[in-house]
Design a protein around this ligand. Structure first.
Ligand code: NAD
Length: 323
């Protein structure tokens, strides 16, 4: 059993990570500002602090009070478009406040961390599937802020002996039991295709893909969480530190809409829109390294099953957690 701090544990992925850690017998302390997360997504067991990552005295209090061995750091702002309009918000939260976390980890001798990064660090892919060795050239401040923090961790490893794992998630999707995706505003495709009365726009139908829409790699949120448990158990002995987490299989936007239509048993109307700047045609992960080194194997690779799990959650919470 490990004692871990989960930042962003009331968020979409963080809440499933918390639930999975508890099921595996670990003990958790959660820190979340609830700015984007939801109190209802918090685990029934575990200790929760509502507060900010940049609050030095709160961090000191947490690290002083609990015998923590590692941190799973998921707290961040994550909207690509917003990051382009307001980069300071993203560097401030995703980099500067992350440094406050690292400083306090050092002070209290906690040097193990699993960090949530993103496929957005790669930018426009030169080849697919994308391996961890692919060049990183983020196209927006969100991806750049994550890349900076990845690099900070690498220097902290060299200078201070930190042991870290960075996970570059592709598109998280799906739900488990009482935990699902509820962002405001929602920009992710899989929750949007399940909503009533929200006009769906497909951004670009003229990409060089078989049906003209973008292709993405959807990974079930439970599979992401399981990778965190594996990493936590292996933090001491890993040589590789950066892992892509994806299905390794791409699905186009129109295929996602069709799969959602099958799950819902009805046609899903959409309207064509302009391409969005910085949206690559295809983003598909090679997760060979996570499979080989962590022994990670996605349990829910089937797109329809991923969407069906999100649909079950949506039916329980049609207006998100507020319902
Ligand atoms: N959702 C995806 O498809 C995806 C893909 C790639 C990477 N990621 C990364 O995974 C992580 C989780 O993403 P998510 O979709 O669950 O997002 P989310 O917004 O649902 O969760 C993030 C949580 O962090 C909290 N938070 C943000 N800033 C904070 C701060 N300064 N102090 C305390 N709490 C703070 C928010 O309140 C929220 O609960 C993020 O780091 C994100 O960049 C997500």
């Amino acid at each position: 059993m490990k004692h871990v701090l989960v930042t962003g544990g009331a968020g979409y992925i963080g809440s499933v990570v918390c639930q999975t850690l508890l099921e595996r017998g670990h003990s958790i302390v959660v820190l979340d500002s609830l700015e984007e997360g939801h109190r209802q997504a918090l685990p029934p067991k575990g200790i929760f602090f509502q507060g900010d990552l940049g609050d030095e005295s709160l961090l000191k209090n947490i690290f002083k009070s609990y015998p923590l061995e590692a941190v799973l750091h998921l707290a961040a702002y994550c909207q690509v478009g917003e990051s382009v309009e307001d980069p300071e918000k993203y560097y401030g939260n995703n980099v500067s406040k992350g440094l406050v976390l690292l400083r306090n980890m050092r002070t209290f001798g906690i040097k193990k961390i699993v960090f949530s990064s993103t496929a957005a660090v790669y930018g426009e892919p030169l080849s697919t599937p994308i391996a961890e060795t692919h060049p990183t050239q983020p196209l927006n401040p969100y991806g750049h802020s994550k890349l900076i923090f990845e690099q900070v961790l690498d220097w902290y490893q060299k200078a201070y002996g930190f042991k870290y794992v960075t996970f570059r998630y592709f598109n998280a999707a799906g739900a488990i039991d009482r935990l699902g995706e509820d962002h405001h505003p929602e920009t992710h495709l899989t929750p949007l295709v399940l909503r009533e009365g929200v006009p769906l726009t497909v951004f670009g139908l003229d990409y060089p893909t078989p049906d003209g829409s973008c292709i993405r790699d959807y990974i079930h949120v439970r599979d992401l969480a399981l990778a965190h448990v594996l990493a936590l158990e292996r933090l001491d002995d890993l040589r590789e530190r950066i892992f892509n987490l994806g299905n390794g299989q791409g699905f186009s936007v129109l295929e996602v809409i069709e799969a959602a239509a099958q799950v819902r048993g009805r046609k899903i109307p959409f309207r064509p829109g302009e391409r969005r700047r910085g949206d690559p045609a295809v983003l598909v992960a090679s997760s060979a390294q996570a499979r080989k080194i962590l022994g990670w194997e996605p349990q829910y690779p089937d797109l329809k099953e991923i969407i069906a799990s999100a649909w079950r959650w949506h039916q329980k919470f049609p207006r998100g957690y507020e319902s």
